[in-house]
Design a protein around this ligand. Sequence first.
Ligand SMILES: O=C(O)CCC(=O)C(=O)O
Length: 290
Amino acid sequence: MGTFKTQPIDRVENITKADFIEHYYNPQKPVLIEGLIKDWPAYKKWNLDYIKALAGDQVVPLYNNQETKGKQKSAEPTVTMKMSDYIDLIKSKPTDLRIFFYDLMQKMPALANDFSFPDIGLKFFKRLPVLFFGSKGSNVLVHYDMDLADLVHVHFHGKKKVLLFSPEQSKYMYKVPFSVHNLETIDMDNPDFETYPALQKLEAFEIEMGHGDALYMPSGYWHYIKYLNGGFSMTLRAFSKKPSVVLRMFYNVFFMRHFENLMRKIRGQKWIDFKNELAIKRTHKVLKQN
Ligand SMILES: O=C(O)CCC(=O)C(=O)O
């Protein structure tokens, strides 16, 4: 067992558009902006009780920390629950049950009155602000977003810990082919450097987020997220205009995702085992070469 090398993410009180572009967007470097949302109504209004009052009757799909197996699709919820029950749960107890990628405009459009898209030089895709919920015990499998968007991730109510790894480090991540995550057997809290020696090469950006903190995650950054208590976040996304990124985004969204689910349907666990072995072989080959 070991621990990742880490460095803190820059934390700024506020930032101008020009400084954000020069120091963070252009070099694709993460930053946490504390004051970015202080003038949003959401800063004062948004907490778990507010969500419960607004959407308590909705039935929500929940995801857990278990590996997906056999013929399961790559991202399938394990259970559904009434939002009010789920909020009571995450306010009172640890749980690995999370809400993932909840479409705000479709499911809770009233929330759109409480925020605006920040003027920091990113061209946000306004149709798709999404929400995430979890509690102590909820860990998000390390992954990067397949649409390769630049992300602004804002946290509310509780606290969470975030580790980020730059895309250049993908070769040491034990990335599973035809996916945007790594081997699900890797414990990101206690990485096993004997079984997975390439992990020692990684260097993570680390930060703890609290209510109102806004984290810029550049395109393709791997993120591992650990909720420290009950809370929720909203992610805003801006698509890249770089042709090479746009091509990869189209490949991921329109081919890879569907191919993966088809192979799982046809080959089931055999396909998953095959890919997991390949992830190890490929990563160890790179390790030998360096
Ligand atoms: O915070 C979470 O629960 C997951 C966030 C995430 O994966 C994202 O914003 O892409």
